[in-house]
Design a protein around this ligand. Sequence first.
Ligand code: PSU
Ligand code: MN
Length: 321
Amino acid sequence: MQDFLSIHPEVAQALKQGRAVVALESTVISHGLPYPANVETARAIEAAVRAEGAIPATIAVLDGRIRVGLDDEDLERLAQPGVRKVSRRDLPLALAQQADGATTVASTMIAAHLAGIAVFATGGIGGVHRGMETTLDISADLEELAGTDVAVICAGAKAILDLPRTLEYLETKGVPVIGYGTDRFPAFYTASLPLPVDGRCDTPDEVARVLRAKWLLGLGGGVVVGVPIPDAAALDAEAVEAAIQRAVAEADAQGVRGKALTPFLLKRMEELTDGASLTANRALLLNNAAVGARIAVAYAKQKGELTLPKKVQTAKRPPGY
Ligand code: PSU
Ligand code: MN
């Protein structure tokens, strides 16, 4: 493992001391936002995590190693064009070829779990794409949520996806979908579509108790915590839907498929909304980072109050325990 994984000394020390750590992804830096807003946002996200008393651990592949916790020059490097998008299936190649790679939700979850980090904050998860009946395009993020013990704090998923099917998939795989201060599944730029979540939590403590119950019970896999975009930053739902329909139709007409599809749609959304989507994206990323940090702090505190019996200690252990 040491050949492939480097944990930043600050992150390693925090984990050893049982302090709160929040994992952050890098695909949003390399493929989700334009330069230089991407690197500025990456820095601001880390600052938002620190402001809530947790340690940020941005994750990426650099020179063929999975790095958990980055320095400023690493963020700058990831913000430049040409960094490959690395999801679960791409990790072995990126490591073997000593490449640089931006990690998606799926591969960031893998790395966070290897490092022992339970909470991960990002913008939106991947999901079932519109038109999946013909393309079978379902993000590897969903399968990762099914199997990897990490909580993903996000603004739900973008409505560029088929949100009802995304929620069905998560249900089949036993992934709890929590609304943070809401009964409805947040749809990224807009606070919510009329899709219900499984349950609502109103405080970081409540979310931490759900994580603890799931993992202590030995129910592996992730949890989605959907945090609505702050009111002031939300976009008009109809304008967003019109832009989405256009972007999806263009992708179809141009034959954009596979791993290129999500970055294509994100970029077109930004152009079609005259950059309004960028401002909204930044606002929700910072908000999710702050909420994620509060949840990580609550989780670390609850963990400190519990000593696992020996039997459980040898069985599958929850992250951080
Ligand atoms: N959704 C967003 N912004 C993003 C992504 C999704 O609103 O930046 C990125 C995340 O890294 C996510 C990935 O894991 O896209 C999903 O890509 P795909 O659909 O190819 O699995
Ligand atoms: Mn896909």
